[in-house]
Design a protein around this ligand. Sequence first.
Ligand code: 0X9
Ligand code: CA
Ligand code: ZN
Length: 433
Amino acid sequence: MRPLRLLALAAVVWALAVQAAPVPAGRTGQVVSVSERDFAAARLGRLGLDALMEKDGRVYLVVSADECAELARRGVPFADETQRLALAAVERVGAGGGVNGAFHSPYEMETDLRLLEEAHPDLARLSEIGRSLEGRPLYALKISDNATVDEHEPAVLFAGCHHAREWISVEVPFLFGKYLLERYASDATVRALVDASEIWIVPIANPDGLQYTIDVYRYWRKNRRANVDGTYGVDINRNYGYAWGFDDQGSSPHPGSDVYRGTAAFSEPETAAVRDLVQAHDIRAMISFHSFGQDILYAWGFTSEPAPSDAELGAIGRTMAGLIEAVNGTVYVPGQASRALYVTNGDLIDWAYSLAGAPSYTIELPPVDIDHGGFFNDETAIAAVFEENRPAMLYLVRYAIDHPLLRRPLSPVRRERSVLSQTRKPKLVLRQP
Ligand code: 0X9
Ligand code: CA
Ligand code: ZN
């Protein structure tokens, strides 16, 4: 038996063992579904649960043992979906061989980024923008003509892997960088874009979490912060500094939660590194890749109020959706994040948009839902997922070159601390400086 097959077999045995083991308190453990009606009736939206999706009248949640106990305490009937999903996942990963198959681990990514930089020294520059909690380098690949010189050109950021288990989100920004570099010499469209802009690729914003999904637990989402209560992890897509901690629905104050926001905005080195990168350059657009769901999401995420640039954000989102669908016929649905998916606060996109109105998007890559694989993309589909996103990514770079920023920075939004805010919806105060 080839060693890769052995590893795959080990993964199967491991996954089955995990199923049988009781879930330790406070640790993320299983996927359950509850009916939409019960979800609403029991006001579960207020608990800051890790909702994966809604499908056929049911809401799917990744829950810790504590959260599971809370569901039981509230008398909410739930179905355990863990077994079904885990078995599907094992079949998928095993088929390609190896623990992570064709997907990149942090170390594999470091190697491939170095190779790209070496092959294209004038066009690519790899920099370390910070270090993760566990000390892994956080890499950004800059792609531009005269890449080693700061020419103050309009910049676009493509980021992946804020969430550890969303492996496909690593591959799309990486493959885009590779595509630009390899096509520069022969493709006039690519050359024009690269010459006129700086394209920043941060394929793995959360390397510690990614490594953990490979070594220990495939459903891990957060980084690996050791929290004061003995739990681990901050959701780094709840740790950015706009409307951070606005309410407890869009993020959780509880460290064990899968959507824990951390002790302060930018408390995590991973988010601080992305912040510093964005602030150091003229970022005019960005996409933060996630999975899954096939959505194109834009501000605001923290409130259902529309953003001041709602019309422009929607128009760009619809254009990208059209470009994507034209490739393989895959439908990605554009929409305001809080309405199309659910409310979040402290995500990268709200913060990035709030700075100076840069059109900023979360793209939830395929599949569309759990029954089509959830976080477990077949490695043979990586290329197709990238290919369908490529025209939208090129379009956004062109847009950024051609358009100034939408508006001036918005003033901060604060969480309302009054007693009233617990019974009313938090009041939204948005002012222009
Ligand atoms: O929850 C998130 O951070 C993103 N979804 S995921 O399933 N990949 O975790 C969505 C962020 C977009 N913002 C809002 N939906 N408000
Ligand atoms: Ca340049
Ligand atoms: Zn995500």
